[in-house]
Design a binder for this molecule. Structure first.
Ligand SMILES: Cc1ncc(COP(=O)(O)O)c(C=O)c1O
Length: 494
């Protein structure tokens, strides 16, 4: 637990009547077993109980979630409002979530999970973090939306600008997709050039021009792009391998004076976590400057996650434009893009680049973002180092479990973003990520879920640790992984 605040409160009142290592009262676990009648209890579950992880030990019930999924499927494509949530690449029943508190989630069947999805990144402080629901509810009581400016918008802008030195002005939108789409429009207008460059396996939202060799759900579903996007719409998008400086040099030669911008996830999260090779971001900066193209860091995932000033602070590189999302909304829908005054002043109403939004700068979203960023700012001297340490214990513990079980996987981690790849690796780009045994990952994923560990339901998504996770969560997760590797033969070739 890295967060200040009441531990009991953050466990949401869930019963954790003993601490790790303390003797487990027999009467308690007998009662728990009776409480989940009908589900098979295996030797592994008893082992977990005796290790002090009673909540992890019980088989998962799925009846209510299954019923809710069937109902949703009648009305919503796949029953979901974002594709990866349907679990199609990993199999099994997606849990319908009814509550989150700290590092934990509860589903409609009353299963409790340790959550490493964190709403796909926004929840760096955990679920219902102290101060965030209160700020949202206080804002809601004053009215939910005005379609006019509110003081909180400049408050949030001030924090973003203070954290990202090249950002002098910022525009808020409602999603990461809008942020990247708008930043690209701005880059094209500013440079008066047409081509844009992205990298295979990077995902920048679902705007037409960016659905080329995209990561995230596109990679998870194994599709090259998207139906409904005419070739003409992507003919100005160049997709290059990530971490390949030569390919970059060659493309800049071939398309000399034509490339408006290069957009990159400085640490990729959307083919799983893939860090930049040493000096790769420096090369990107140098080549774009030389070629007269803008460099856009898509920090929708990494902003305020890898450091308060995002990946650009961590790696010491200043891009021309930065896109934000996820954490800046504290779990509510917010995106943003920002950069130097000279470029941002081209956005309407000051300039000719049109971009607008009915709910942009929404007061509830601003309140959640402010509560989150203020907390991060006042704890930044410790919170990122603590996240790094606990994430390292977790990833190394799981890797040790894999090695002991003879399962040849590899792991990439930067700060509190990480992925266990089901390939011996190393994973440095989309070609190497695509070598993963996704069937084996699916078996591992399902075994972990059955052991109360909620990982991203795709091999090609990063997992996240939050400031609400505890040493006990990590120990429980490593124990679950040990059991998953040993009991489901989820290793490659096993
Ligand atoms: C790096 C990156 N950019 C953009 C997006 C799109 O954001 P949103 O889903 O809010 O539209 C995502 C979403 O995961 C992302 O990870």
């Amino acid at each position: 637990m890295l967060l200040a605040g009441s531990d009991a409160g953050r466990n949401g009142g869930a019963s954790l009547p003993w601490t790790a290592g303390a003797a487990v009262p027999t009467v308690v676990f007998v009662a728990r077993i009776r409480g989940r009648e009908g589900a098979p209890v295996t030797l592994a579950h008893f082992t977990a109980i005796f290790m002090g992880y009673a909540d992890a030990a019980m088989p998962r019930k799925v009846e209510a979630s299954r019923r809710l999924q069937k109902r949703a499927e009648q009305m919503i494509p796949g029953g979901v409002n974002s594709p990866v949530r349907a679990f199609h690449s990993v199999g099994g029943d997606p849990p319908f979530i009814v509550r989150g508190q700290g590092s934990h989630l509860w589903d409609a069947d009353e299963n409790k999970y340790i959550d490493y999805v964190g709403s796909w990144g926004p929840l760096i402080l955990g679920h219902a973090a102290p101060g965030v629901p209160e700020a949202v509810s206080a804002a809601a009581k004053k009215g939910t939306s005005f379609g006019a400016s509110t003081p909180a918008e400049a408050d949030l802008a001030e924090i973003v600008i203070s954290a990202f030195p090249h950002v002098e002005k910022v525009r808020f939108v409602s999603s990461g997709t809008e942020a990247t789409m708008s930043a690209i429009r701005l880059a094209r207008a500013y440079t008066k050039r047409k081509y844009i460059m992205k990298f295979e396996g990077c995902y920048h939202g679902h705007a037409d021009a960016l659905l080329v060799k995209a990561g995230s759900g596109v990679a998870t579903l194994g599709i090259p792009g998207s139906a409904g996007v005419p070739e003409e719409f992507t003919s100005l998008t160049l997709a290059l391998p990530f971490n390949d400086t030569d390919a970059l040099e060659q493309a800049f030669k071939k398309f000399e004076h034509q490339i408006a911008c290069v957009i990159v996830e400085p640490v990729v999260g959307n083919m799983g976590c893939v860090p930049p090779a040493p000096l790769y971001l420096d090369a990107l900066r140098e080549i774009t400057l030389r070629g007269g193209a803008l460099l856009i860091f898509d920090e929708v995932m990494t902003g305020f996650r890898l450091a308060f000033g995002g990946a650009q602070e961590r790696y010491g590189i200043l891009p021309d434009l930065t896109t934000f999302g996820k954490i800046i909304g504290g779990g509510l829908p917010v995106g943003a893009y920002g950069g130097p005054r000279e470029i941002m002043n081209m956005v309407a109403p000051l300039g000719p680049v049109y971009q607008a939004g009915t709910l942009s700068g929404n007061p509830l979203a601003m309140a959640a973002g402010l509560a989150t960023l203020r907390y991060l700012r006042s704890h930044k001297s410790t919170i990122y180092a603590d996240l790094d340490k606990l994430s390292s214990e977790l990833t190394e513990g799981v890797m040790a479990a894999a090695r002991n079980a003879g399962v040849p996987i590899c792991c990439n981690r930067v700060g509190s973003m990480f992925t266990w790849f089901f390939t011996p690796g190393p994973v440095t780009d989309w070609t190497s990520a695509a070598k993963c045994d996704t069937e084996a990952f699916g078996r591992f994923f399902r075994a972990m879920l059955d052991n109360s560990i909620y990982l991203p339901p795709s091999q090609f998504e990063a997992a996240f640790l939050s400031a609400a996770h505890t040493e006990r969560d990590v120990e429980q997760t490593i124990a679950a992984a040990r059991q998953a590797f040993a009991t489901v033969g989820c290793g490659i070739g096993l």
